[in-house]
Design a protein around this ligand. Structure first.
Ligand SMILES: Nc1ncnc2c1ncn2[C@@H]1O[C@H](COP(=O)(O)OP(=O)(O)OP(=O)(O)O)[C@@H](O)[C@H]1O
Ligand SMILES: [Mg+2]
Length: 336
């Protein structure tokens, strides 16, 4: 089955409050509000689902908020199998600035997770991985989590033969990369924090700059030992390096010969409403492309179109497949 399992270790109830004015220290009434299940893994599952692919969300949920998250995922047609923990799943409140520029965010930490909960999650993910084409680990770790929880899941799942995609930040990303996921998707800030060689330009460089960019991207992919290493750079697009391993079988050499392909994907220009979750939509689109059997450039085209569609809507991952199809025609994917 073309199932993708996504892991959200710190699932949320994402609330957006619309106010006429925002003045701390005063009484403010919300005149419009929206609540959706959130967290990066859930967002990726939503994008896959909206692009027509089955997706299962797992991770930790707790209390009434956790029950609400499950209920809403049922309504969205996203399968789920969460580990129930003590406490209450967190609320993340976003208050867009009334002038339309920027936003205020208030994020709860989420319930603390104990070691038994984490071992239970590793078992749940391992079980679903056997029926999945891919497992996605995305987002921050909750209080109490093993710093290497992602690395442990990656080792377990990949040992069972299912590839893992990782989209995290800070220590979780650093330790996760050490377990060699097949795909890593940092944004610029996350890449800088990893201490990998910097130098990503603002847009696709001319012929003269491409050699240097290829060398840089190859260094990232070799360090991570990933098949796909993608750095997203907001509205400027994304640099992707894709490693192919030509098995040297047959001739007695038995050597794996990696070769690299490099791409710059430039998104279409869209009217921004809310860019939050664009990275999740990019990852969901990319995996959808793989499930559809597209080549690397085709996957990046769908990823960029899904991400641009996400920028045009309020809720993370609430994309429309028809709009994504239209936007695909306006994405540029260049082999560099
Ligand atoms: N303003 C925009 N217009 C069109 N496409 C955009 C815009 N912003 C982002 N994108 C697309 O989304 C992709 C991911 O964006 P970005 O690098 O900001 O992800 P991110 O920081 O991981 O986001 P998040 O973690 O909130 O999901 C970009 O590579 C690009 O294709
Ligand atoms: Mg991101």
């Amino acid at each position: 089955m073309n199932l993708v399992t996504t892991v959200t270790a710190n699932a949320t109830v994402d609330k957006t409050y619309r106010l006429d004015r925002f003045e701390p220290g005063t009484l403010m009434r919300v005149h419009q509000m929206e609540s959706v299940p959130g967290g990066k893994g859930i967002n990726v599952a939503r994008v896959l689902r909206r692009l027509g692919h089955p997706a299962l969300a797992t991770g930790f949920v707790a209390g009434f908020s956790g029950a609400w998250i499950r209920h809403r995922l049922d309504q969205e047609g996203i399968w789920h199998d969460f580990v129930e923990v003590d406490g209450e799943s967190r609320l993340s409140v976003t208050i867009p600035n009334p002038d339309g520029r920027g936003q205020t965010e208030i994020l709860e930490p989420g319930p603390a997770i104990n070691p038994d909960d984490q071992l239970a999650l590793i078992s749940v993910v391992e079980r679903w991985a056997r029926q999945s084409r891919c497992v996605v680990l995305a987002g921050s770790l909750p209080p109490g989590a093993f710093p290497d929880l992602y690395a442990r899941i990656i080792r377990t799942v990949q040992a069972a033969g299912t590839p893992v995609a990782l989209d995290a930040s800070g220590e979780a990303l650093r330790l996760g990369i050490a377990a060699h996921p097949f795909l890593v998707k940092p944004n610029r800030r996350e890449l800088a924090a990893l201490g990998l060689p910097p130098g990503l330009p603002g847009s696709v460089p001319g012929a003269a700059g491409r050699q240097a960019l290829r060398a840089l991207a190859e260094a990232w992919a070799r360090l991570a030992q990933a098949e796909w290493f993608i750095v997203t750079a907001g509205e400027e697009g994304a640099l992707a390096v894709c490693r192919r391993v030509d098995r040297g079988g047959g001739q007695g050499a038995g050597q794996d010969l990696p070769s690299f392909e490099f791409f710059w994907a430039t998104p279409p220009e869209v009217t921004p409403v809310n860019p939050v979750g664009s990275g999740d939509a990019f990852l969901g689109g990319l995996l959808a492309g793989m499930l559809e059997g597209r080549d690397a450039a085709g996957c990046l085209r769908l990823a960029s179109a899904a991400a641009a569609a996400n920028v045009m809507v309020m809720g993370a991952g609430m994309i429309d497949r028809k709009i994504v199809q239209r936007l695909e025609e306006h994405v540029t994917v260049e082999a560099i």
